[in-house]
Design a protein around this ligand. Structure first.
Ligand code: NAD
Length: 327
């Protein structure tokens, strides 16, 4: 393809993707499926790889999420909340592993976790007390949802020790709650949510915390921003300690250096996906040693020490599944 055609295609893709991102992140009302979005996004990445001089700051490849909604008080994240690189095949996972080993020149363990399909949440504690909850927003500035976060049952508001700490995780709506909510909305003649992820985002980003309270949101916490304050050196230790301190942590994770074991974990997760009471859209491979994570650092958009392996798109949800989850 010549440069001129690439430029025209990129302009069109950017315009479409940015419109779709706004509908998805800010309005919680996606215009297209994730698979459709991902397909166009990969097309944009391929063109930008071919013509790097055509990458512009307004390209979705350079942006995290979308601007925070003006309806909420803005919160500046001390440490940016980034997006995550993704791969769709074992070969790409192997390439990620090769890149990591080339940079670090040493053996590396990975902590392999489920990728929860919700929205990222930051929780700040001062002297062991919850003082702020916020969304990711554009990565640097998010939305203050503290009052809403306080209504979520599995978020501790006091910690066992009076430390200053920020943890991050995923806020999600269990499948059963999602189907019940949509059923109610249908009966009331309200618009229904496209999927549990959008229902979670629409429920957390409410101006009235009483509405959030009724939505039965839950969380899985997976990141500690100041690991020294928790006395941990690895991601697996962080998960264990965070669970001991009262946050809900997903127990389905492994630590391994062996990509065959990672492949087994992926296959198991994929085969159990429909039975899980919450949505997952892949797995996340993270360098386990937190010092090595620091050493690898981030690009403008994603950490270099982690990668998401995305599952192929799910079948359209059937009535049978709906019935199964509402009982
Ligand atoms: P992402 O959702 O693919 O991955 C990054 C996020 O994963 C993190 O911010 C975190 O919130 C989450 N996560 C879940 N489990 C985790 C774990 N165990 N450890 C660490 N993080 C975990 O990236 P993104 O930038 O938030 O969104 C991009 C994706 O959103 C696209 O691939 C697409 O599928 C979807 N999207 C869809 C539309 C649409 O119109 N349908 C529009 C925009 C984006």
């Amino acid at each position: 393809m010549d440069r001129q055609r690439a430029q025209a295609q990129l302009a069109q893709l950017k315009q479409q993707l940015n419109q779709e991102r706004h509908a998805y992140y800010t309005q919680d009302a996606p215009l297209v499926t994730d698979a459709e979005y991902d397909r166009k996004y990969q097309q944009l990445l391929r063109l930008e790889q071919q013509f790097p001089e055509l990458v512009t700051p307004d390209s979705p490849s350079q942006l995290v999420g979308d601007s925070p909604s003006p309806d909420f008080t803005k919160v500046r994240h001390e440490v940016p909340m980034l997006s995550m690189g993704d791969v769709f095949s074992y070969q790409e996972l192997q390439e990620f592993n090769t890149r990591i080993h080339k940079t670090l020149e040493q053996a590396v363990d990975y902590c392999v976790e489920l990728k929860i399909d919700g929205l990222a949440l930051s929780l700040i504690y001062r002297q062991g007390r919850l003082v702020q909850g916020s969304t990711r927003g554009d990565g640097n500035v998010g939305e203050d949802v503290t009052a809403n976060v306080r209504t979520i049952a599995n978020i501790p508001t006091t910690l066992p020790e009076p430390v200053d700490l920020e943890v991050r995780g995923e806020c999600y709506m269990p499948k059963a709650a999602f189907y019940k909510l949509n059923q109610q909305r249908e009966e009331n003649g309200d618009s229904i949510f496209a999927n549990p992820r959008n229902a979670a985002a629409g429920s957390l980003r409410q101006l009235d915390a009483n509405v959030t309270k009724q939505r039965q949101l839950q969380t899985f916490i997976y990141t500690v921003v100041q690991p020294a304050n928790l006395g941990v050196q690895t991601q697996a230790e962080a998960l264990k300690k965070m669970q001991a301190w009262g946050w809900q942590v997903n127990e389905r994770h492994i630590v391994s250096h062996d990509l065959d074991q990672v492949a087994d974990f992926i296959e198991q997760a994929q085969s159990q996906r429909d039975q899980l009471p919450y949505g997952i859209d892949g797995i996340v491979l993270k360098v386990n040693d937190l010092h090595l994570q620091q050493q690898l650092g981030n690009t403008v958009k994603v950490p270099r020490w982690e990668i998401a392996y995305k599952f192929p798109p799910e079948e359209v949800e059937t009535k049978i599944q709906q019935i199964e989850w509402t009982v």
